[in-house]
Ligand binder design. Structure first.
Ligand code: RTP
Ligand code: MG
Length: 138
C-alpha cells in the first residue's frame, strides 16, 4: 500500500555532507520524494515533533542537537514506505545499527554531545500524518 512518511536529515547529516547519500538511498530503494526543503527548526516545532519524549533525560540535549543547524525535511512516498524507511535507517543507536543501514554505515557519536544518528523517519501512519502536518504546514 502506498504510504507517505516524514524523513529528516538531522543537523549532523547536513553538516557532514550526507544529504545526497541519504536521498540516493531513498531513491535507489524506489521511493519518491514528494516534498523537500532545508530549514532551521524552531524549538517549538522540535518540542511538538518529539512530544512523546518530553520529560525524558535525553529530551533537552535532543532538542539542542536538532536546533544546532539546518535540517532537510522530506515527504517520501512509496509502498510500505513508513516501515521501509525505518528499515533503511536502522536502529536508533548508530553503534549497533546494522551495517548496510543509514545509521549503521554513516552514524557515529552516540552518547557524546547528543544522540546524533543522521536521520529521522516516522514510526507509524499516525505519526507520519502528524509529522508531515507539522513540518509542511503549507
Ligand atoms: P527518530 O524519532 O529521531 O527517528 O529516532 P527513533 O525513532 O529511532 O528513536 P526515538 O526513540 O524516537 O528517539 C528519538 C531520538 O532521540 C535520541 N535518543 N537518545 N537514550 C538516549 O540517549 C536516546 N534515546 C533516543 C536519538 O537522536 C533518537 O533518534
Ligand atoms: Mg522516533
Amino acid at each position: 500500500m502506498s504510504e507517505r512518511t516524514l524523513v529528516l536529515v538531522k543537523p549532523d547529516g547536513v553538516r557532514r555532507g550526507l544529504i545526497g547519500e541519504v536521498i540516493s538511498r531513498i531513491e535507489t530503494k524506489g521511493y519518491t520524494i514528494e516534498r523537500l526543503k532545508m530549514m532551521e527548526a524552531s524549538r517549538q516545532l522540535l518540542t511538538e515533533h518529539y512530544e512523546e519524549h518530553e520529560g525524558k533525560p535525553f529530551f533537552e540535549p535532543l532538542v539542542d542537537f536538532m536546533a544546532s543547524g539546518p535540517i532537510v525535511a522530506m515527504v517520501v512516498e512509496g509502498d510500505g514506505a513508513i516501515l521501509g524507511f525505518r528499515t533503511l535507517a536502522g536502529a536508533t543507536d548508530p553503534t549497533t545499527a546494522a551495517p548496510g543501514s543509514i545509521r549503521g554505515d554513516l552514524g557515529r557519536d552516540w552518547g557524546t554531545v547528543a544522540q546524533q544518528n543522521v536521520v529521522h523517519g516516522s514510526d507509524s501512519s499516525l505519526s507520519a500524518e502528524r509529522e508531515i502536518g507539522l513540518w509542511f504546514q503549507d
